[in-house]
Write a protein that binds this ligand. Structure first.
Ligand code: G4P
Length: 282
């Protein structure tokens, strides 16, 4: 089934984000570390243009650390500062301020030379749904949350969350849409829960999951579903049948598919990355 990419949605999101960009020094682009490519908005470069940014690979606790490091190197080589982040974890979140200072160091030094008083860095969190934007805001703001009220020119109702004296965040993140015309990207986003899976057939999704796991993480499948190496040489549809039977669901493949997808989403299958660095296309 073809999934639509709605130009109308994108145009609106783009206008909203561009309006907010005027008030910030830096963009925190949040992506899912399991999908460092598919969970990015492909128009982001166009939208934010030269605004400094940090790419935050969130949910790093769920991703394959070897792949995360490769993706970080990839983005670093493109000139972006990156952080592997677990937004749920305060310690992880604390790394953001030093990273933002590093990105803005030159500009801040120039401002200082001009005699401008040093002020808190102002930032906006941007990302597609479900990458952890609210979680990050909550953890950044934490108990120290203090809204500093509307500032002149800022969109009505928009407030700043103060992390500490060094960082202020717009209290509403910018929501962008993933581009999932490519069915493979759609399946990856659906597997991590970023888009609704009612757009896709459950068994299609489970078969796709099995294709990726048997190729890149065979040990996860063997251990969790008591499969042998030979089992994994079969086509993914056969593996699905095998798992469904083993779990006592007879030939209810829909139930087998649901189990596989839910276990993946709940993190019961361990850490994995669906966007493979090796398959990246520049
Ligand atoms: P959004 O604003 O970008 O849409 O995302 P949100 O913060 O709502 O996060 C989406 C889901 O991802 C939430 O789970 C959240 O707990 C989880 N999440 C966010 N950051 C991390 C992270 O670094 N690691 C892990 N493991 N999970 C993360 P949920 O099940 O939808 O909600 P809840 O059960 O946590 O309330």
């Amino acid at each position: 089934m073809a999934i639509q990419w709605f130009p109308g949605h994108m145009a609106k999101a783009r206008r909203e984000v561009q309006e907010k960009l005027k008030y910030v020094d830096i963009v925190f682009e949040l992506v899912d570390a399991r999908l460092p490519k598919s969970s990015r908005n492909p128009m982001l470069d166009q939208i934010i243009q030269q605004k400094p940014r940090i790419i935050l690979l969130n949910k790093a606790d769920l991703a394959d650390p070897v792949q995360t490091q490769k993706w970080q190197n990839y983005f670093n080589n493109l000139g972006y500062e990156t952080l592997a982040l677990t937004a749920k974890n305060d310690k992880s979140v604390k790394q953001i301020v030093p990273a933002a200072k590093k990105v803005l160091a030159e500009k801040r030094a120039r401002d200082k030379e001009k005699g401008l008083k040093e002020r808190a860095i102002r930032a906006i969190v941007l990302g597609i749904p479900n990458v952890g934007k609210s979680t990050l805001l909550n953890h950044l703001a934490g108990k120290k949350v203090a809204t500093t009220g509307n500032k002149p020119g800022v969109t009505k109702g928009q407030q700043w969350l103060r992390f500490n004296s060094q960082l202020e965040l717009l209290d509403t993140p910018g929501i962008l849409w993933p581009k999932f015309e490519d069915p493979e990207v759609g399946k990856r986003l659906a597997l991590t829960g970023a888009i609704k899976d009612d757009l896709l057939q459950l068994d299609d999704l489970a078969i796709y999951e099995l294709e990726i796991l048997s190729r890149f993480y065979p040990e996860i499948l063997m251990e969790r579903y008591q499969l042998s190496e030979d089992d994994l040489f079969q086509p993914a549809a056969e593996i699905l049948m095998e798992i469904t039977k083993k779990r006592g669901f007879k030939d209810d493949y829909e139930r087998g598919s649901e189990l596989l997808i839910n276990e993946l989403r709940q993190g019961r299958l361990g850490r994995f990355t669906l966007d493979r660095y090796e398959e990246k296309v520049d």
